[in-house]
Design a protein around this ligand. Structure first.
Ligand code: GLN
Length: 250
């Protein structure tokens, strides 16, 4: 199962959480400690997104190889800073394509999104939910994967006017009920707020003055809170709100 992280705060070098911390995303890609539900390494692709500052749209870089196999990534990561970051390493669910297009972060309209997990019984289990999307929304899915469908469902709710927390909580609970046994750790940021869910997968948060990090596994030994299952996390630079994720949570 993939691993992901997001950061908000003062400008931070991408290499810090992704490459350099003791249990960085790179370390989590080949030696994850808390995978739950299968998978050993996260080597089927990776992606990083960053907001250069509070005003600019996010930029993104993805590859369909393991993060350690990309010879240019180390230098890229050391040259990039962001006031918000979202990064992910992928372990493709069996049957799903290994392609850059299936790697998080998915991006649109100033937002970055990631999913850690799988939809049980894909795709039949969520056929009825998917019918709510228009033909155009289905044909413009980034890839034929469960994660890309979840992203379309979140986008559809945002387009209806729901806020980020409502949209993410609504998709997680709706899909979780329709497809029991799913793993639905969702992660969304607009560069100012991070919204995340825990649904049968690991997630931890670390808050420092003016900054917050959310990650599948703690990046180091200090200051992390491991979050309970079925939580909705809404974090910004000033604080972190964690509440139980049930229908109508947000
Ligand atoms: N099911 C998703 C995919 O195949 C996410 C993978 C994961 O979390 N391991 O891309």
């Amino acid at each position: 199962m993939c691993r992901h992280l997001a950061y908000l705060g003062p400008p931070l070098c991408l290499a810090d959480p992704v490459l350099d911390r003791p249990h960085s995303l790179l370390a989590q890609s080949w030696a994850p400690r808390d995978m739950r539900g299968g998978g050993t390494v996260n080597a089927d692709g990776f992606g990083v997104g960053w907001y250069p500052d509070d005003e600019k749209e996010p930029l993104r870089y993805r590859q369909a190889c393991s993060i350690w196999a990309d010879p240019g990534f180390d230098q890229l990561a050391r040259g990039v800073t962001g006031t918000a970051l979202l990064a992910a390493v992928r372990s493709a669910t069996p049957g799903m394509p290994v392609t850059e297009l299936a790697c998080a972060p998915f991006a649109d309209d100033g937002l970055l999104f990631s999913h850690n997990g799988l939809i049980a019984g894909w795709p039949h289990s969520v056929a009825t939910i998917a019918e709510r999307l228009s033909v155009v929304e289905l044909l413009t899915m980034a890839a034929p994967t469960d994660s890309a469908l979840l992203w379309q469902l979140v986008r559809a709710r945002l387009a209806e006017g729901q806020d980020m927390a409502d949209a993410v909580a609504g998709v997680a609970t709706e899909v979780g009920e329709a497809a029991p046994g799913s793993r639905l750790n969702l992660l969304l940021t607009d560069g100012r707020t991070i919204v995340a869910t825990t649904w049968t997968h690991a997630l931890a948060v670390r808050q420092d003055p003016g900054a917050v990090l959310v990650a599948s596994e703690p990046l180091d030994d200090d200051g992390w809170t491991v979050l309970p299952d079925r939580s909705l996390v809404v974090a910004n630079r000033d604080g972190v709100d964690v509440r139980p994720l049930t229908k109508g949570t947000a």
